[in-house]
Design a protein around this ligand. Structure first.
Ligand SMILES: [Zn+2]
Length: 137
């Protein structure tokens, strides 16, 4: 278990380092650009992209922090969903996971079918808005 904690701490340090490098690269990139209107637009877009990136990295770090917290509490390695112990090999591969393999698969299946429902809804919404446009003409 001590190894896993070290692994988590290493992952966390590496992520923070990457985010730092990214932020630095972004600052330096901005310095080189002249600020005419075209660049302002692209700067806006860059900021959006880097926000999405760091958002994803933040959630990774949060997962790692959660795992470290659970280690302190002694609840680490127990599946959030079914309460059974998570296999050690799974923890070694994904030290921040909260679900056992079965529950993870179940979860992914649900997420996929949820996404399908949403896609279908979007199609209906599009069709619906087309109808509305035709009516208004
Ligand atoms: Zn489970």
């Amino acid at each position: 278990m001590a190894d896993l904690r070290q692994q988590l701490l290493d992952m966390r340090a590496k992520l923070l380092q990457e985010m730092d490098l990214e932020a630095k690269a972004e600052r330096e990139g901005n310095k080189d650009e002249g600020l005419d209107t075209y660049d302002l637009a692209s700067e806006e877009r860059d900021r959006e992209i880097s926000f999405i990136l760091s958002d994803r990295e933040h959630s990774k770090i949060k997962n790692i922090d959660d795992a470290l917290e659970r280690m302190d509490e002694g609840s680490y390695g127990v599946c959030d969903s079914c309460g059974l112990e998570i296999a050690e090999e799974r923890l070694t591969a994904m030290p921040f996971t909260r679900l056992c393999r079965d529950c993870q698969q179940e979860h992914e299946r649900e997420a996929r079918s949820q996404k399908r429902v949403e896609d279908e809804r979007n199609v209906y919404r599009k069709l619906g808005s087309t109808d509305a446009d035709e009516e208004s003409i």
